[in-house]
Design a protein around this ligand. Structure first.
Ligand code: NAD
Length: 423
């Protein structure tokens, strides 16, 4: 295998590749399979015309990348953000392949995105953009081909539009084309909380591994969207002490701990700024909150937050990644040297895709499960995946991140060997 140049620290695709290279070498992956798995299977760029409310016509750039369908249909979210790029979507699609393999669900990896600022667009503009994007991709998507889900900047409503547009094109109601839908349209109970719940399950397991007690254990969460707010709420209810919170506008640190349901009400019902939460403690930047005293730190916002420059400032004993790619490749060794127990993104946030899998199963069987059944099954998948990753780490003498990649690559490669290469 060739020795590639060191990745640029802020290029998420190069970061994903660097970990893949190390893990592929460790498992002795054959040269041919290495090449096959290194590159995505398909990439599409779309130029999406949208009539704006002011009468003007705007053209947005969007992407869909299918990294792998070796173990099943592509699976992965759609992101709406100003800094979406093909490299980012590629990295996220690749991570989805590994993530689905880590939790052992029958999906490959995919991801999509549109360069836009959803905060500055009306509901009508977002709907038209989503429908045109879906219509252009109608031949690529499908319950057996590629199944999108929400990601940063998209939500249940976006998924309802994707499902409706696809269904209009195929002439039949196809709920299983997308997950993360509203419950009324074939969504799963427990999906909204699933990623945050999976984060908590990993933290529970990491505590048991490191011998730290749960009651009063101090937790910092960066990002107060779907993943961050749900993780904070569920962990607060379970007895953890949430001492740090942040969103894009800034963060708060308070040793006394936050009453998280009240913060959720403040931000989501009263529509007020997180940083202005009454008696919220010390105001910090969104990123600085990660470096305050705590036992567990959960980056649950965006990529490239813990870097070579700041990793030495992390004070936590456990790093549990809710976001995709929050820690750069260069920061990994600094985190390792500090003895921080890491739950890597492809395990830490895999609760979301696991319940997306349950949603897809329920849509296809046309029979819906109780929330307790969803949570119980999620627990089984996360518990097993966590144990497998830690077992790989101990067996091969590598950190948990490389262990998770090794486990995933092993599973995808063995499926590929069985399928063979279609000439
Ligand atoms: P979201 O859009 O609901 O929330 C994102 C949060 O991050 C918001 O609070 C936002 O203010 C904050 N944020 C954005 N930019 C920031 C910045 N520069 N600094 C600090 N905070 C910032 O998104 P989400 O669905 O919660 O996803 C968060 C992360 O988790 C992403 O990396 C996503 O890929 C990953 N993820 C999400 C899911 C899911 O089920 N939603 C599943 C797996 C992984």
């Amino acid at each position: 295998m060739s020795n590639p140049p060191l990745p640029e620290e802020m290029n998420v695709y190069q970061n994903a590749e660097a970990r893949f290279e190390v893990a592929a070498q460790k498992i002795g992956l054959e040269q041919g399979l290495y090449r096959y798995l290194k590159y995505p299977s398909k990439e599409i760029t779309l130029y999406i015309p949208v009539g704006l409310d002011n009468g003007q016509l705007e053209v947005f750039t969007g992407y869909r990348v299918l990294h792998s369908s070796v173990r099943g249909p592509g699976k992965g979210g759609i992101r709406y953000a100003p800094d979406v790029s093909l490299d980012e979507v590629r990295a996220l699609a690749t991570w989805m392949t590994w993530k689905c393999a880590v939790v052992n669900i029958p999906f490959g990896g995919a991801k999509g995105g549109i360069i836009c600022n959803p905060q500055k667009m009306s509901k009508g503009e977002l709907e038209r953009m989503t429908r045109r994007y879906t219509a252009e991709l109608a031949n690529w998507l499908g319950p057996e081909k590629d199944v999108p889900a929400p990601d940063v900047g998209t939500n249940e409503q976006t998924m309802a539009w994707v499902m409706d547009t696809y269904s209009m094109h195929t002439g039949q109601a196809t709920t299983a084309v997308v997950t993360g839908k509203p419950i009324e349209l074939g969504g799963s109970r427990g999906r909204k909380e699933a990623t945050g719940r999976g984060v908590m399950m990993c933290c529970d397991k990491a505590l048991a591994k490191t011998g730290i007690k749960r009651d009063g254990c101090r937790v910092i969460v960066q990002g107060f969207g779907n993943v961050g707010s749900m993780a904070a709420m569920l962990m607060h209810e379970a007895g953890y002490k949430i001492v740090g919170l942040s969103d894009i506008a800034g963060g708060l640190y308070n040793e006394k701990g936050f009453d998280v349901p009240k913060v959720i009400d403040w931000v989501y019902t009263q529509k007020k700024s997180l940083q202005e939460f009454p008696a919220g403690g010390t105001k910090l930047s969104s990123r600085d909150v990660l470096f305050q005293p705590c036992e567990i730190v959960i980056p649950a916002a965006i990529e490239n937050q813990i870097t070579e420059k700041n990793a030495s400032q992390v004070q936590a004993k456990i790093l549990c990644e809710g976001a995709n790619g929050p820690t750069t490749w260069q920061a990994d060794s600094i985190i390792d040297k500090k003895g921080i127990f890491t739950v890597p993104d492809i395990l830490g946030n895999a609760g979301g895709v696991t319940v997306s899998y349950f949603e897809w199963v329920q849509d296809r069987q046309g029979f819906f499960w109780r929330e307790s059944e969803v949570n119980e099954r999620l627990h089984d998948f996360m518990d097993h995946a966590f144990d497998e990753v830690v077992r790989y780490a101990e067996l091969h003498g590598v950190n948990n991140r490389i262990a998770a990649y090794m486990l995933a690559i092993d599973r995808v490669a063995s499926a590929l060997r069985l399928r063979g290469i279609y000439a």
